[in-house]
Ligand binder design. Structure first.
Ligand SMILES: NC(=O)c1ccc[n+]([C@@H]2O[C@H](COP(=O)([O-])OP(=O)(O)OC[C@H]3O[C@@H](n4cnc5c(N)ncnc54)[C@H](OP(=O)(O)O)[C@@H]3O)[C@@H](O)[C@H]2O)c1
Length: 328
């Protein structure tokens, strides 16, 4: 068996998770890797553990002569995995990296929401023209196989509506406010301490992150053509413990729900009151998505929406899909 040659762009939380899950998968071999300052190339395979250890001690993984852009355009890889930070305004530099790889007829897998939410139609068109895979399961709900679940598991069903908890940080904060009577500020501080919230959590809290995921679902799974500005957004910073307690007293919980209705062309992210036994009332950092379908009724997907190996699980599934469909 000839292993698939991987170029791994980004060595943060998800990049490290990928290194971990690919360790004992002999059909994939990492031959190039890059962080923000440097890169490394070895056609016979990189010792990724040693590379990550080096990165931990020195702050960089290799040689500044091998930036991600050069790896994408010059190295002889089969699949490029793009896991650098999300830029939801321009998608860059990931958008250019991904386009470069696709135009070279290389397969691409990413968990980066920026390029997918901004340019999925164009990127999927290039991939089709070049007969390669462009897969992004990890961009929505981390480990939860929602994209493949809709595309293949629910194939042939019209999707009437879709709604869900797509941001684990907000869900954690709301859960802690509800269960422990923490104020919004206390719950946010706790989420930061535990590494669930970014240093700047603005895009989680104001609903932007969930809205970006909704755009990806709408455009790539439901045949819609929408952008971030089309999503009506209300975040959770205005919610008080009193409001959550009042909901609780009435047998309800408040969750930040992203919803879309293709028939009505409506997309919204806002806090909603839900009966406690609604499957979307999940705890902590979990994600949950209910899909209302024509034949299968309502189906809810629940699972870990983020995390290093959890997101790598989605990326591994994409890699195996490519190996299966385009196997040599
Ligand atoms: N973490 C999760 O649970 C999760 C879940 C789903 C989706 N995602 C998405 O997956 C992507 C990666 O997330 P993450 O948590 O792994 O991010 P992260 O921990 O911040 O790591 C990002 C990595 O990308 C590198 N990088 C930054 N700019 C680069 C550039 N121009 N060229 C090459 N490498 C560059 C960084 O380099 P340095 O090491 O030099 O800084 C770092 O190694 C993001 O788009 C995120 O939204 C994450």
């Amino acid at each position: 068996m000839i292993p698939w040659k991987i170029a791994l762009i980004g060595l943060g939380s998800v990049g490290r998770g990928i290194a971990q899950v690919l360790k004992d998968k002999s059909q994939f071999i990492i031959i190039a890797a890059a962080d923000s300052k440097s890169g490394v190339v070895n056609p016979s395979g990189i010792d990724i553990e040693a590379l990550l250890a080096k990165k931990k001690t020195t702050g960089h993984c290799g040689d500044p002569k091998w930036p991600a852009s050069r790896i994408a355009s010059e190295v002889d890889y089969d699949i490029l995995i793009e896991v650098t930070p999300t830029n939801s305004v321009t998608g860059e530099p990931a958008l250019t990296t991904i386009k470069t790889a696709l135009l070279r007829s290389k397969h691409v897998v990413t968990s980066n929401k920026g390029p997918v939410s901004l340019a999925s139609v164009e990127l999927l068109r290039i991939a089709e023209e070049k007969n390669v895979g462009f897969l992004f399961e990890g961009t929505v709900a981390g480990a939860v196989p929602i994209l493949r679940g809709i595309q293949y598991g629910l194939a042939g069903n019209k999707i009437k509506a879709l709604y869900g908890v797509l941001n684990g940080t907000c869900n954690y904060i709301l859960t802690r406010m509800e269960e422990e009577s923490l104020t919004y500020e206390q719950a946010l501080a706790e989420a930061r301490d535990l590494g669930y919230a970014e240093a700047n959590p603005a895009s989680d809290i104001d609903g932007t992150d969930a809205a970006i995921k909704l755009v990806i679902l709408a455009n790539t799974m439901l045949g819609m053509s929408v952008k971030l500005d089309d999503v009506k957004r209300t975040g959770i910073s205005g919610l008080t413990v009193a409001a959550l307690h009042m909901a609780n007293a009435n047998g309800r919980s408040i969750r930040l729900i992203a919803s879309l209705n293709p028939g009505k062309n409506t997309l919204e992210v806002s806090p909603r009151l839900l009966p406690k036994d609604n499957p979307l009332v999940v705890s902590g950092t979990l994600n949950a998505i209910t899909v209302e379908t024509e034949y299968a009724g309502a189906i809810t997907f629940i699972g870990r929406g983020a995390g290093s190996v959890e997101t790598a699980s989605a990326i591994l599934a994409d890699l195996l899909f490519i190996a299966d469909k385009y196997g040599r």
